[in-house]
Ligand binder design. Sequence first.
Ligand code: DC
Length: 240
Amino acid sequence: MACSDNTRCDGRIIIAIDGFSGSGKSSFARAIAERLGYIFIDTGAMYRAVTLRALEAGAISKDRVDAEKLERILDGMKLEFRVGENGNSELYVDGRRADERLRSIEVSDAVSRVAALPQVRRRLAAMQQEMGRVRSVVMDGRDIGTTVFPDAELKIFLTADPAVRAARRYKELRAAGADVSLAEIERNIRERDAADQQRAVSPLRRAADAIVLDNSHMTPQEQMEWVLEQLRARGFQPSG
Ligand code: DC
């Protein structure tokens, strides 16, 4: 397929899903990608992978971010999404599959500070644009509809009550064996909501043409029906 350098290949579709931490963006985006045969790009996982590497390298501590060291880390890091045998897309960092350490509370606590750095956002956004240039993607994050793909075919802004979001993440982390409290998670979610909305570069906000979906009381099936309806309303015919 011939694609020029700066334009999307013909017929490719970008679905951008932005919203608050723990609103279920990743599960929703993954399910849509699976349903439509697109690739799912979890941009939060990219920010988390950079944060984990920075923590391991001592580039961030409680009160300091070593921006130079962080840039060197970014220079040497290769991030890609591969579709596994089960059809799920997974993040690979330097050829190795990212694991559950990305979801640890240490990474969750530090990631907002890394995501606030313009040099980090610039580089990750460029990688994300490249990922969406050659194939149809469902991409979830905070700035996809506003900054990374302002011309996405469908933009969704996902939201849910903070208490509902905390309860969901608590269940996930406990199922994975983590020793965390609900209060700790709710605090982390509220802090990240504030940090995401207040940062100077690419703050979380709804794109003017994004449709808001509050999924506090919706099942995954109801959300899927809703998105298929949105696609049909835009003249796309999701198969199956
Ligand atoms: O979606 P998540 O909770 O895994 O995201 C982790 C962090 O990364 C979150 O604090 C916000 C940040 N992030 C961002 O700033 N921009 C994105 N496109 C995706 C995530």
